[in-house]
Design a protein around this ligand. Structure first.
Ligand SMILES: [Zn+2]
Length: 318
């Protein structure tokens, strides 16, 4: 059952999230107060507490895979927080071997179709609407699916890059994935592009036999090897991108985490930064997160329903 909880931790931070007319700048409920979403009045009031934080504007959003699961993009971790069976490609493996790159692109040629056809869900649309209303000053995402932009959001910091772009390891040129998809289809006539279990990074489970014979294409400019423009496991997020995101977080009134268990340090460090700078932290996620102890507001609920509910609680757009 979905569960909704508001934890304490606002001491000394209430001034950062602005005043709440009903609660003198503090959220209702004290440390450890928890309620159930389903038919529980107290639970709904706690979601109202989140609305009072967001209504004060200056919100920076940090989104993770949980926001896209309702669009059919799988998460590496389910609501229990336990890792599912998945062996993501590492940067070291990808760059070390042409054979590994061949296997990756064969599998990805199939997985891409699934990512490219995914549609933004009610959660993505709610985020774009919050931004349109001027309540959100920044959107940082760990997702590589492009669904924030597809929902109409602007100026999204894609921390881990985007599967919609390809980067050349030789000359650094970035090109559209749709163009690579077209070239790969021409180079591999008759290649089956259905089936296989799709992974969050656009990879798909295919056997060695299935990937044998797949022809990879290289950079049209320099002949270098192509890589999806995403940060693989074992690869660092580019420092300028981190610095830009950190500035957004540190100048926010509230960091709102959506659908991330914060297991990966590239996301968790922003929550630590926020807490260190007195920026309130709110988390909406199914299941526990690594940042729960730093959060002032903690909502455990599906994002596709919680975020539209949040919108309804805010005053209508002008
Ligand atoms: Zn190149």
């Amino acid at each position: 059952m979905a569960e909704l909880a508001l934890t304490g931790g606002l001491d000394g931070r209430a001034d950062r999230i602005g005043s709440d007319p009903g609660t003198d700048g503090r959220l209702t409920g004290g440390p450890g107060v928890a309620g159930s979403v389903a038919g529980d009045r107290a639970g709904r009031d706690l979601l109202g507490g989140l609305a009072s934080v967001v209504a004060c504007a200056g919100v920076v959003i940090l989104s993770g895979a949980g926001l896209s699961t309702e669009s059919g993009i799988p998460d590496y971790r389910g609501p229990t927080g336990r890792a599912r069976r998945a062996e993501p490609m590492t940067y070291q493996t990808f760059t070390a071997s042409a054979a590994a790159r061949g296997r990756y692109w064969a599998r990805s040629h199939r997985g891409w179709r699934h990512i490219a056809s995914a549609l933004p869900n009610a959660g993505h649309l709610a985020v774009a609407e919050l931004q349109r209303r001027g309540l959100v000053t920044g959107i940082i995402t760990q997702n590589v699916d492009g669904l924030h932009e597809a929902a109409g959001a602007r100026d999204v910091t894609e921390l881990h890059g985007s599967l919609h772009r390809v980067v050349c390891l030789g000359c650094g040129q970035r090109t559209a994935r749709t163009e690579l998809d077209r070239r790969l289809a021409i180079a591999n006539p008759g290649w089956r592009v259905s089936g296989g279990v799709i992974k969050p990074d656009g990879d798909a489970d295919l056997t060695d036999d299935e990937v044998a014979g797949f022809r990879v294409v290289d950079c049209l400019q320099c002949g270098g090897a192509l890589k999806p423009d995403v940060v693989f496991f074992g690869e660092n997020v580019p420092p300028p991108r981190v610095a830009g995101a950190r500035m957004l977080v540190e100048s926010a009134r509230c960091l709102l985490v959506l659908g991330s268990s914060l297991t990966v340090m590239s996301g968790y460090r922003f929550v630590r930064d926020a807490a260190r700078h007195g920026v309130a932290v709110a988390i909406v996620n199914q299941g526990p997160t690594r940042g729960d102890h730093l959060a002032s507001v903690l909502v455990d609920a599906p994002l596709g329903s919680a975020l539209p509910d949040l919108l309804r609680r805010l005053s209508p757009a002008a």
